[in-house]
Design a protein around this ligand. Structure first.
Ligand SMILES: *Cc1c(COP(=O)(O)O)cnc(C)c1O
Length: 392
């Protein structure tokens, strides 16, 4: 049989090159048994949302680092989500959570985290723009970080915005200690009761912005990445990101599963995520199922979702918010190759994991890889215990 060349221009020839490749992408997604973008968008557009960030966030190649590692690496810039220069992945969650809160007449949002929380900073900014009063109940691990003596990093930015903060000194990691966790829960309950007694309506949002209304937000991140990588002429093989409280992965996984895309997610953890820990694969599975249901997509069995979860816990270092040598090296490497900054608490550790996987060829040479830059740049201005000695 002779090889028959197909015409170079078919019935889509009137479309621009960009639109044509997107058309091919949508068709291949639909052929793979997934839902199409229109149904996906319609399901999300129905949800209440308070727009604060600048979306879609940028997606760009990092050619110098790519050449050094023999992969095609791209950055998806949630750190530039706005509204300020120091943003991150929690802004998307805030948009959906506050969308509902505004409909419900909420006047105050109480959220919690470590004193250097990225999530708290972004929720505070989003709340202020929506004329909701943000309150942060924060922990400081004094055995690691010492007493609070000066305003730095994200905490400085929160105080600049005039945010009400309550700092609780702890001596361990509250994520693993029910006793420490109870002190925070109690403090939130007390403040909530005071406000309610004054007639206010209070919404409590968990650590990291973990709230059921927000998990769908990062389905949009992956959807944006599909369009942007397609426009760049590549099909993504891997998406790497830093995992902590499990708010970004469920949405991205649900988008991948619902759209039928072959990408693999690889999560580098900054906290233990074994079955006995508060955040674990089972939590991700449940949240992913909830997002799929909201999208109106088929919900596969738990084992199918579990098989998509790949978490590497080797880059935690000594503890949460303690600088690690690998993270310090990764921060420097990206900055020196590309003039881009990742942070010491999350994204430096996540990037360190990605670079290690590239070196050891857990990422095959020539792969198309996106690193989700979730933010954390405010923490570059933290105390040395948190930042390490980056600028040697
Ligand atoms: C919260 C956070 C993470 C972890 O993301 P989860 O969605 O909570 O797993 C990663 N990077 C940064 C900068 C964060 O603020």
């Amino acid at each position: 049989m002779p090889r028959i060349e197909q015409p170079r221009h078919d019935d889509k020839s009137s479309l621009s090159a960009e639109k044509r490749s997107l058309f091919v992408l949508i068709r291949s997604v639909a052929d793979a048994g997934g839902m199409d973008f229109t149904h996906f968008d319609t399901a999300i557009d129905k949800l209440p949302r308070r727009r604060v960030g600048f979306y879609p966030t940028p997606f760009h190649a990092v050619p110098n680092l790519s050449a050094a590692y023999g992969i095609n690496l791209f950055l998806k810039r949630e750190d530039l989500a706005g509204p300020s220069a120091i943003s991150g992945s929690k802004m998307r969650l805030a948009e959906f959570i506050l969308g509902r809160a505004i409909e419900d007449g909420v006047t105050h949002v109480i959220t919690q985290g470590a004193y250097l929380t990225n999530s708290g900073l972004q929720f505070a900014a989003a709340c202020l723009s929506a004329r909701i009063t943000p309150i942060l109940v924060l922990t400081r691990n004094v055995s690691r970080q010492g007493e609070l003596r000066e305003f730095r990093g994200n905490y400085l930015l929160n105080k600049t915005m005039g945010v009400e903060t309550h700092v609780i000194n702890v001596t361990g990691n509250e994520w693993h200690s029910p006793k420490e966790a109870a002190r925070i829960t109690d403090a939130i309950a007390v403040r909530k009761a005071e406000l309610e007694a004054q007639g206010h309506k209070v919404l409590v949002v968990g650590t990291g912005g973990a709230h059921p209304d927000g998990f769908i937000a990062h389905a949009l991140t992956f959807r944006e990445m599909l369009e942007q990588s397609d426009a760049a002429g590549v099909e993504l093989d891997y998406v790497y990101h830093t995992i902590g409280t499990g708010t970004a992965l469920p949405g991205m996984l649900a988008a991948k599963l619902s759209l039928g895309h072959p990408v693999k997610f690889r999560s580098i953890s900054i906290q233990r995520v074994n079955d006995e820990d508060r955040m674990n694969a089972g939590v991700i599975v449940e949240r992913t199922k909830a997002v799929l249901a909201t999208l109106g997509a088929p919900v596969p069995d738990d084992a199918t979702i579990r098989a998509e979860i790949d978490i590497d816990q080797r880059f935690i270092g000594e503890d949460y918010a303690v600088a690690s040598p690998e993270s310090t090296a990764a921060i420097r490497e990206l900055a020196r190759a590309e003039g881009v900054f990742v942070g010491p608490v999350y994204t430096g550790k996540g990037l360190a994991g990605l670079l290690d996987h590239a070196r050891s060829r857990r990422i095959p040479a020539g792969s198309n890889v996106a690193f989700l830059h979730t933010g954390d740049t405010g923490n570059l201005f933290e105390i040395p215990q948190v930042v390490g000695h980056i600028a040697d």
